[in-house]
Write a protein that binds this ligand. Structure first.
Ligand code: NAD
Length: 212
């Protein structure tokens, strides 16, 4: 219930805060100021103070925030005490890179299975993650509700339909296709080309102050 009160923009920044605080904790740091946090995560300190106020973490003047308290809060809010299993569909170039990337280093999200349409890949594994045929989705997804989509754009809608039927409710879509899903399914879209284009546009039209 409490979490419903946290604005979505704040919620999106929580994993960023969590990662940084976890590193601080591992270094044995007991407290952190909003200025330090701000410089590390590149979010202005007023936003950090507002974000933290939503979950009752009020930094003390001249003391800052208690790292352990914040970590405890983030752990429970981000369900860090539980491992979330994620599946990946499309073990091609991009998909393979994700399978090789160790997500577990900083959080409790783990890709535990992958699916592909290529029989050459089916039955093999990448860094211990088994690859099943996409036709085995219903049988092998089991309780997995979150999926990373790295198939060719032309396949995205078709696969998304199957995922929804299989009970998936979260899709991280790396394909350029805008997939259509029912309202109970959340899709987050990551498009490198769009992000790059936007960066180049901003550099051109909103140049930052140059440092002396
Ligand atoms: N978001 C980004 O920043 C970004 C960057 C690069 C690529 N992409 C996109 O990611 C996707 C994958 O790119 P890639 O370079 O890895 O391509 P790729 O061709 O190397 O990999 C695609 C994989 O999907 C598999 N596949 C094809 N049809 C399938 C189906 N119906 N079900 C399951 N698997 C299927 C293929 O066998 C292959 O292994 C593309 O849509 C591409 O446009 C996104």
């Amino acid at each position: 219930m409490e979490q419903n009160k946290i604005p979505q923009a704040t919620a999106k920044r929580l994993p960023l805060y969590y990662r940084f605080l976890n590193n601080l904790n591992q270094q044995g740091k007991k407290r952190v100021s909003s200025k330090e946090l701000s410089e590390a995560v590149k979010v202005d300190s007023a936003t950090i103070r507002r974000d933290f106020s939503y979950f009752g973490a009020l930094g003390k003047k001249g003391y800052g925030y208690n790292v352990e308290y914040l970590l405890g809060f983030f752990r429970s809010t981000l369900d860090q005490h539980e491992v979330t299993e994620v599946a990946l569909i499309g073990a091609g170039n991009l998909g393979t890179a994700f399978l090789k990337y160790s997500f577990m280093k900083n959080n409790n999200i783990r890709i535990t299975k992958a699916f592909d349409a290529d029989w050459e890949k089916v039955g093999t594994d990448i860094d211990g993650v088994p690859i099943y045929h996409v036709d085995q989705l219903f049988e092998k997804l089991e309780d997995t509700k979150v999926v990373i989509l790295t198939v060719p754009a032309t396949e995205a809608d078709n696969i998304a339909d199957k995922l929804v039927q299989a009970g998936v409710n979260g899709i991280l879509n790396f394909t350029p296709a805008r997939i259509t899903v029912p309202s109970h399914v959340r899709v987050h879209h990551i498009d490198l080309a769009v992000e790059l284009q936007s960066l180049v546009y901003f550099l051109k039209h909103y140049p930052l102050d140059t440092k002396e």
